[in-house]
Design a protein. Structure first.
Length: 454
C-alpha cells in the first residue's frame, strides 16, 4: 500500500483509537517463540511464506511480530492479512493504521474487504464465516499453504465453556485444534497455551501499540459474557491453565478415538467416488457409543461436506435409531442414511444441496464435497445444482440406457449437474451430456474435506 496514502490519514485521529494497556513483564522470549513456531515450519511451502490474520488487536499484533521475528531467522516471509468487515465506523482507518505499523517493520500487508449486504442477525457468525472465506481464498489464489490466527488460552477456555453450556460431546469439549484444514488451506493456532497477558507484555516490550475493538466488550454477545465468567472462575481458583489441562485431556481422547475411527473406515466403510458411502449395519450397531458418534460425525463431514458436526441431540437420536431392533432411515448433517438390506447407504440429502449460478471460467468448491470447473464458450452461464427428480426424468427420457446405471437412484438425483434454460446440459457422474450444441462443459472431481483437524 503506498506510503503517501497511509500518511494522508490523520495520525491523531488514528492514535485516538489505540489503547496502550499496562501489562505484566512476562513477554515471550525468543527461545520460547522458536519452540512455539517450530512445528509449523513445514507449512511454509514452496514460497517459504505464511499468512497471518491480523485484526490489529493485541493478540494478532503480537502473533504477527513474534512470527515475523522467527520467520526472518529461518529465511521465511510473513504476510499479514487484515479483514475489513465494514461493520462499524473507522474500520478502514484502522486497516490503514495496521498497514503503517507493519510497513515500518518491513512486514507485507494486505487488506481484504467483506463486500455485499451484511445480515441483520447472527452478525458474529456471519462475520467469522466471511473472514475465513476471504483468508482461505487469498491463500489459495496466492499459493500460500496456510495462515495463522492468534487464538490464545483464554479464547480456548471461552470456547470450552460455550460448548459445555450447549451440551457438546467429546469432539466439542476438545475445543479448538492447533491445526484445521479449510478447503485445502491449513489454519494454524500456535498460541492456544499462551495467556493474553503475555501477548500484551510482548507488544509492550517491542513498543508496539494495538487497536481495541469495542465489539469485544458488547454484552449482547454470548462470548463477551463467557469472557467475564472466565475472570470470575479464576478468582475462585479455577484458572485458565487448569481448564486448559482438562481441554488437553479431551483433545487426547479425541485423537485416540480418531485413530480407531480411521481403522474402522479403512476396514468397514466403502466410499464411492460419486459421493456416497456404504457400511455394514451389523458392524455399525456393535460400535461403542463414543466411537459410533465419531463415525457419524466423520460420515457427515466427508459425505455431507459440513464444516461443523451435527448437534449432539440429533447425534444421540441417530445412534438410538441405529441400535434399535427396527432401524429406520434418517437424515443427519446434510446426509440421508438409508437401510439397504444388511447395510446402510449414506448419501447427500437433496434438500441440503445449493443451487449456484456459474459461468465459463468458474472454479469452485460446491457444498464442501465436489470441486467444480466450468469451461466452454465465453460469456455462457447456467445453474449448478443437484440433478433432482425432474432432471432425472428428463435425461432418462433422452437416454433410456441410463436406467441400467449401477448408481442408486437416491444418489443419482443428488449428483452435480449443469442446467440451463433448455434443461440438463451435463451430469458427469452419469456420463450424460446433451447434444453437441451445448456450449458449456462441467468437470467434477471428488473433494473430501469438510472442516477437520489434521
Amino acid at each position: 500500500m503506498p506510503r503517501a496514502i497511509l500518511k494522508s490519514v490523520s495520525r491523531k485521529k488514528l492514535d485516538a483509537q489505540v489503547v496502550n494497556r499496562p501489562t505484566p513483564s512476562c513477554a515471550i522470549s525468543s527461545g520460547e517463540s522458536a519452540a512455539l513456531f517450530a512445528p509449523f515450519n513445514k507449512f511454509f511451502g514452496d514460497r517459504k511464506a505464511m499468512a497471518i490474520a491480523v485484526s490489529g488487536g493485541a493478540d494478532s499484533m503480537a502473533l504477527c511480530l513474534l512470527a515475523d521475528e522467527w520467520a526472518r531467522a529461518k529465511g521465511h516471509q510473513i504476510i499479514a492479512l487484515t479483514v475489513d468487515h465494514g461493520l462499524r465506523v473507522g474500520t478502514k482507518e484502522e486497516g490503514l493504521k495496521i498497514a503503517n505499523w507493519l510497513s515500518d517493520r518491513g512486514v507485507a500487508h494486505h487488506i481484504l474487504t467483506w463486500q455485499g449486504t451484511k445480515p441483520m442477525t447472527g452478525i458474529q457468525a456471519a462475520a467469522r464465516n466471511a473472514r475465513y472465506k476471504l483468508l482461505v481464498n487469498w491463500c489459495t489464489d496466492n499459493n500460500i499453504t496456510g495462515f495463522m490466527t492468534a487464538h490464545h488460552l483464554e479464547d480456548q477456555v471461552e470456547t470450552f465453556l460455550l460448548r459445555a453450556e450447549r451440551g457438546s460431546g467429546l469432539n466439542g469439549l476438545a475445543s479448538m485444534n492447533t491445526l484445521t484444514n479449510i478447503n485445502g488451506v491449513v489454519l494454524m493456532r500456535p498460541l492456544l497455551r499462551i495467556t493474553k497477558s503475555r501477548l500484551y507484555a510482548s507488544l509492550t516490550q517491542r513498543g508496539q501499540s494495538w487497536v481495541e475493538d469495542p465489539s469485544n466488550q458488547n454484552p449482547a454477545y454470548r462470548r463477551t459474557k463467557m469472557r467475564k465468567l472466565v475472570v470470575e472462575l479464576e478468582t475462585q481458583g479455577l484458572t485458565p491453565q487448569k481448564i486448559s489441562d482438562l481441554i488437553s485431556h479431551f483433545a487426547g481422547l479425541r485423537r485416540k478415538f480418531a485413530d480407531v475411527v480411521a481403522v474402522f473406515f479403512d476396514r468397514a466403510v466403502r466410499v464411492l467416488p460419486v459421493g456416497y458411502g456404504v457400511v455394514h449395519l451389523d458392524i455399525l450397531q456393535r460400535l461403542p457409543d463414543p466411537i459410533l458418534e465419531r463415525v457419524l460425525v466423520h460420515l457427515t463431514s466427508i459425505l455431507g461436506g459440513k464444516k461443523y458436526p451435527p448437534r449432539r441431540d440429533r447425534l444421540k437420536r441417530a445412534m438410538k435409531n441405529i441400535k434399535s431392533d427396527r432401524i429406520l432411515g434418517f437424515t443427519l448433517g446434510g446426509c440421508r442414511f438409508i437401510v439397504k438390506g444388511h447395510s446402510i447407504m449414506i448419501c447427500r440429502d437433496q434438500r441440503a444441496i445449493s443451487t449456484q449460478k456459474v459461468c465459463v471460467g468458474s472454479a469452485l468448491n460446491w457444498d464442501g464435497l465436489f470441486f467444480i470447473e466450468i469451461s466452454g464458450v465465453a460469456g455462457m452461464t447456467a445453474n449448478l445444482s443437484a440433478l433432482g427428480k425432474k432432471g432425472w426424468l428428463e435425461i432418462v427420457h433422452k437416454s433410456p440406457e441410463l436406467k441400467r446405471n449401477s448408481i442408486p437412484y437416491e444418489v443419482r438425483v443428488t449428483l452435480p449437474s449443469l442446467i440451463d434454460a433448455q434443461g440438463v446440459v451435463e451430469v458427469p457422474g452419469l456420463g450424460y451430456r446433451r447434444d453437441g450444441k451445448a456450449k458449456l462443459n462441467l468437470t467434477v472431481s471428488k473433494l473430501q474435506y469438510g472442516m477437520f483437524s489434521l
